[in-house]
Design a protein around this ligand. Structure first.
Ligand SMILES: Cc1cc2nc3c(=O)[nH]c(=O)nc-3n(C[C@H](O)[C@H](O)[C@H](O)COP(=O)(O)O)c2cc1C
Length: 214
């Protein structure tokens, strides 16, 4: 069983997001010692181009045509990224909020992997359907401000709704969030938010663990 950890913060050791993610992973390692955990660090990975020949290939796929043999080699770098995502039984995304949404590196990853014929497919009526049913998605986020339900800032949160939309589009129905917030409104509130996030992440790991124990 495989858990893929997609890291979308460049802040490594000082990251608030990764404090909660680390607690989640620690709990998973204890509950599922045989599970494989693979990390994709988006800010240090060599990502394939979503341009040039690969963008032409994407348009081939969108029009229901096979990829031209001359463009197959660069497309394989996109396919490798897609295969890694497809293989995962559980995907953990660790992402801070940037400008009310996700960091560009995570958007780039999504633009690379969400491809027709791989993560979704067009039906005969042109309506797309997701192909990733059965996978669990856990999103651990952190935000400088507080966007929790009922707060004045809630309507500005384009991060959780976007991630729910795009991964729902590819067919994932089991999506959970831990939002660590607020991290930038004073040291005391930051420490309390991280503590609460760690507790919530551990509880969520207990719920997700059976999917990695089979
Ligand atoms: C480029 C950038 C944009 C940010 N935009 C927001 C924002 O829109 N709303 C917010 O509440 N915090 C924002 N923040 C603050 C981060 O969300 C916050 O510090 C978060 O806890 C960082 O997580 P990390 O330590 O895991 O990287 C931003 C930070 C950066 C670097």
């Amino acid at each position: 069983m495989l858990l893929l950890h997609v890291v979308a913060t460049p802040r490594t050791t000082v990251s608030a997001t990764l404090r909660a993610s680390d607690a989640f992973l620690q709990q998973i390692r204890t509950a599922c010692p045989a599970a494989e955990i693979e990390t994709l660090d988006l800010f240090s990975a060599d990502m394939p181009a979503v341009a040039g020949q690969n963008i032409d290939s994407k348009y081939d796929l969108m029009r229901g045509r096979p990829i031209e043999p001359s463009r197959a080699a660069p497309w394989r770098t996109i396919e490798q990224l897609i295969t890694q995502f497809q293989r995962a039984d559980v995907c953990l995304i660790s992402s801070p909020m940037w400008n009310f949404s996700i960091p560009y590196a995570l958007k780039y990853y999504i633009d690379a992997i969400v491809q027709p014929g791989y993560l979704f497919a067009y039906g005969p009526d042109g309506v797309p359907a997701g192909l990733c049913g059965g996978k669990k998605l856990v999103c651990i986020t952190s935000r400088g401000g507080d966007y929790s339900a009922g707060s004045p800032m809630q309507a500005l949160d384009m991060q959780e709704p976007y991630l729910r939309t795009i991964f729902g589009f590819v067919g994932i129905t089991d999506i959970s969030f831990v939002n660590v917030q607020p991290t930038d409104l004073g040291e005391e509130r930051r420490a309390a938010a991280i503590e609460a996030g760690i507790d919530e992440a551990r509880r969520l790991a207990d719920r997700v663990a059976p999917a990695l124990q089979a």
